[in-house]
Each structure stands twice: as structure tokens, then as C-alpha cells.
Design a protein around this ligand. Sequence first.
Ligand SMILES: NC(=O)CC[C@H](N)C(=O)O
Length: 264
Amino acid sequence: MELSIGWLYPNLMSTYGDRGNVICLQRRCQWRDIQVTIVPLDRETPSETFQQVDIIVGGGAQDRQQEIVMRDLKGEKAFALQQTLNNDTPGVFTCGSPQLLGHYYEPALGQKIEGLGLLDMVSKHPGIDAPRCIGNVVFEITAKPLATELETIWGDRPIVIGFENHGGRTYLKTVQHLGKVITGYGNNGEDGMEGAFYHNAIATYSHGPLLAKNPFITDWLLKKALENKYQKEITLSKLDDSLAIAARKAMLQRLDLSKIIATN
Ligand SMILES: NC(=O)CC[C@H](N)C(=O)O
């Protein structure tokens, strides 16, 4: 079997280590003898390519880079990306990239950046004096049917452990939340909710990188992508996740959560 991973604007949207998500997907494919190609979806890339990949990964970026990306991601490319996500292609979008999938992002300085409007939500930076939302974040995925699917893969509650670093605050309208915050800020530090879930697209504020600390999300993305591509049910072989599990335990202990959450 083979998969292609589309990586949105690798040069402009890799400020926060989210390249690690691409590496995790690649490695977990290679360990299972699944051929994998990484396809940069960049300024030089023709719009058709945005529709030819099996998984999409979008990372975090600074406000200035988000503006450059949105200028490029207009018209045909925007349409192609919308089609891809509406056709249930799985994707993981972190921090700056979900802000661009919503209606708009208002930075602290400069003009409002119009987004794709695919996710019914808006993001605003409260101003240069407002504190950034920085730190370790733990949340439980509650979005349907994702939560149940993840629990089946992981054999445990889908508790996500990550790291957030954002000035923007996101407010959801009709789109489903990804999960409920256990510790950290989440979407806006006010409503206790984190991320968004749309078709098979996971939008989150969590870096980490997300997929290294939460291998069950990596496997869910791969399973969905293979099932879409080969039109049959896929059961992925188990991998040795003992290092990731040890890292998760250490972090829960550090955050004084190990008594409340017994997780893999
Ligand atoms: N980590 C990020 O991607 C940051 C996104 C955005 N520029 C913000 O500060 O809100």
C-alpha cells in the first residue's frame, strides 16, 4: 500500500515544530511497509496537487506568514483544499492553520486575514498587551464519531497531551469542538473547549508535536487515509509505543494529573 502526505507551506508554516507530525506519519508508515511520499503544498504547487494527496498536514505559523499563505491560498487552491476536506480526506491542522480554515483571523497588528470559511469559527488576537496562551495542554477528545474511533485504536480514553503557544483566541459557531480542556487554555481560555472537528479534519491548538505524544491520532489518520484510498476496512498492525507512553506518564506526573488520569 502507499500514501501521500500533503504538507501545507513547509517553509512558511513550520515555526512551532509541527514538522514532527509529518515525520510521525512517515515513520509509522515505514515501520509497517507502507510506501509514503511527502508532497509540499507550496506557492509553486499547482492547485490540482492540493486534491491529489491522501492526508493533509498544516502547522503553526506567525501572523506575518499566515498573511502570506492566505494571499497564495486564494481562488483555485482554496477551492481545491475545500474539496479535499469535504471529500473526507483526513488532516491535522495546528494553531495557525486552523485559524486560516475559519472565517477570519484578526491579528494584534495589521489587517484582518480572511480565511477559507470552511470551519464555522472566528479567531481574534485581543491585542499586543494580552498574554499569550503558552504551556502544556491536556484535553480529552469528545468529538463524534472521532472519540469512539480513537478509543478503539488506543484501548483507552483519547486524552491528548500537547503544548500550546498562541496569541489568537478562537470562538466556534456551529462546527463541532474537538475536545474538553483538562489543563491549559484551549481555544480561548474562557469556555473550556479545545479545537474543532470537521469531516475528517482535526483542528487543534496543540503542538508537541501532537502526533509524537499521541500516536493513536497518527494511526487514526493513517487508517482513514488507507480506507478512503483502498475502499476497504483497514486494521493497522500494532507498534511499540512504550516510549510515547512513558513520555505521556512523565508529563501527567509533572502536571499533577496522574492520579486523575490513568492513561496509556
Ligand atoms: N502557534 C501558532 O501557530 C500561532 C498562530 C498565531 N499566529 C497566534 O499567535 O495565534
